[in-house]
Ligand binder design. Structure first.
Ligand SMILES: [Zn+2]
Length: 195
């Protein structure tokens, strides 16, 4: 991913959204929470949430009037990326329906990265063009060399997918502070219980 201007904050949670994926396309999938649990929650309740997420993700979204079409395509793109990502992780053939959705959105006019006066890159555009940019990044990620580094968190009940950029390539958790820590505490308790 581009080191997009505006991502100065590296907090894992920004404006109520989780950013643990290390890649915008993977972070997008985390806007539907509780995927492995009974109750799911769509953080994209309305089109304005999509715009809020884009800003939180570091994109300079200039969509003035978010509409339901934007909401629909954001959800479609999100679910297509999630299913294709999980398929890639499990070594399955990419399903045609989701592939078509992703390719169709990637084909739309995308926001162009701009080289700013302070020497940084920034991405600015309407929400649809930014989603198209993310779709293209998803194609390049899932169809590229880094696809082998896409993983699902091993935390119990955690469905977050992330890009493992560790040197050793053995990252297991979406977040050391969250799932990694929970695992450590559980393992410690188990060790203590053993005679
Ligand atoms: Zn996790």
């Amino acid at each position: 991913m581009l080191p997009v201007k505006g991502t100065a904050s590296h907090e894992e949670t920004r404006d109520g959204f989780r950013f643990r994926g290390g890649h915008a396309a993977l972070d997008l999938t985390a806007t539907l929470t509780g995927r492995l649990k009974e109750a799911q929650r769509d953080l994209f309740a309305g089109p304005e949430d999509v715009v809020r997420w884009l800003w939180a993700a570091g994109f300079e979204c200039v969509q003035n009037v978010p509409d339901d079409h934007l909401l629909d395509s954001a959800r479609l793109l999100r679910e297509a990326i999630y299913i294709l990502t999980m398929g890639r992780i499990m070594g399955q053939v990419p399903p045609a329906r989701e592939r078509t959705v992703l390719n169709d959105i990637a084909r739309l006019p995308a926001a162009a990265p701009e080289f700013d006066s302070d020497g940084s890159a920034r991405l600015c555009g309407d929400a649809g063009a930014l989603l198209a940019f993310i779709a293209r990044e998803a194609v390049l990620l899932l169809g590229g060399e880094m696809a082998d580094r896409v993983r699902q968190c091993e935390g119990e009940g955690c469905a977050i997918v992330f890009l493992d950029t560790s040197r050793s390539g053995d990252r297991r958790w979406c977040s050391m502070a969250a799932c990694g820590n929970r695992h450590k505490v559980a393992a410690f308790r188990q060790r203590k219980r053993k005679p």
